[in-house]
Design a binder for this molecule. Structure first.
Ligand SMILES: [Zn+2]
Ligand SMILES: [Zn+2]
Length: 282
């Protein structure tokens, strides 16, 4: 039987390679990590020993896909030039770390235009993404995550995500993809309250963005209602998206080779994920 791609965002406390021990405990075949603190722009460069330890532990694990989530501070659409410059440098370092660790996907929040307007934001994100990817050769793709629609966030609609992709340089387009977060998409107003509603959302996604760009799904329930524009993740079955819909999304995506990563609330970073992955496999 083909192995599913269910997993979770797990901690790297104690060293990057320790994530694979946690993955084994929760039964994850896909993991998402921060390769450095998610609250700072920069980190010490990786040393050879860290890279080897990570690669060896990965090879010996049951994990098929590793995904990195970029730091939250990065804002490629910032109207403040200093923030934009720092964000570009920080993203470049994130891509370099992924390339060193052979991590195929780096999930990035597209950005917030902070007053500059959506169109300017889209243009800036595309230009800055293109510059970073052309400066850092390798196979790592940057996946733009569907935004929850808070504040001046860019990339909360399928049209905006497509516009960013279209505005990227042709030479690097093969390294740009999408991460679909069920909680965020629901918060923006895409209805996931039934299987039929989900199917029509995916039809829209296919028509506007294109299924081939979709590489990772963040499987989260939402504490707030559809259209709330609030980013409040809930455990599966504890929010407003029916558990049966989330179960169906997970199976459909995994069968297509798309990694399904939980980012649900967890007290210890382990127990809820173990339960939720067991549920997904049921
Ligand atoms: Zn995110
Ligand atoms: Zn997410």
């Amino acid at each position: 039987m083909k192995k599913d791609l269910f997993g979770a965002h797990l901690s790297i406390a104690g060293g990057l390679e320790t994530v694979f021990k946690r993955a084994a405990v929760v039964g994850a075949h896909a993991v998402q990590i921060f390769t450095k603190s998610n609250k700072s722009y920069f980190a010490k460069p990786l040393v050879a020993g860290e890279i080897t330890a990570f690669t060896e532990a990965w090879n010996q694990s049951g994990v098929a896909v590793v995904v990195t989530h970029a730091a939250y501070l990065i804002n490629l659409a910032a109207s403040d030039a200093a923030v934009e410059k720092k964000s570009i440098a920080s993203l470049r370092a994130e891509v370099e770390r992924c390339v060193q660790l052979c991590i195929p996907y780096l999930v990035l929040h597209p950005g917030a235009h902070t007053g500059g307007g959506i169109e300017v934001g889209v243009e800036k994100i595309a230009q800055n993404l293109s510059a970073v990817l052309s400066e850092v050769p390798g196979d790592t793709m940057i996946l733009l995550e569907t935004a929850a629609g808070q504040g001046t966030a860019v990339g909360s609609t399928f049209e905006e995500l497509r516009a960013i992709y279209d505005a990227c340089d042709t030479e690097i387009k093969h390294r740009v993809g999408i991460c679909f977060d069920t909680c965020h998409v629901f918060a923006v107003g895409y209805d996931l309250s039934s299987i039929e509603a989900y199917r029509s959302v995916m039809e829209k996604f296919d028509a506007i963005v294109g299924r081939k760009l979709l590489k990772v799904v963040h499987l989260n329930d939402s504490q707030t209602v559809c259209g709330s524009r609030k980013d409040r993740h809930a455990n599966l079955g504890k929010g407003h998206i029916p558990q049966s819909v989330l179960h169906a999304i997970a199976h459909e995506m995994s069968e297509r080779g798309i990694a399904v990563v939980l980012e649900t609330p967890s007290v210890d970073g382990i127990s809820e994920y173990a339960e939720e992955i067991t549920f997904l496999r049921s």
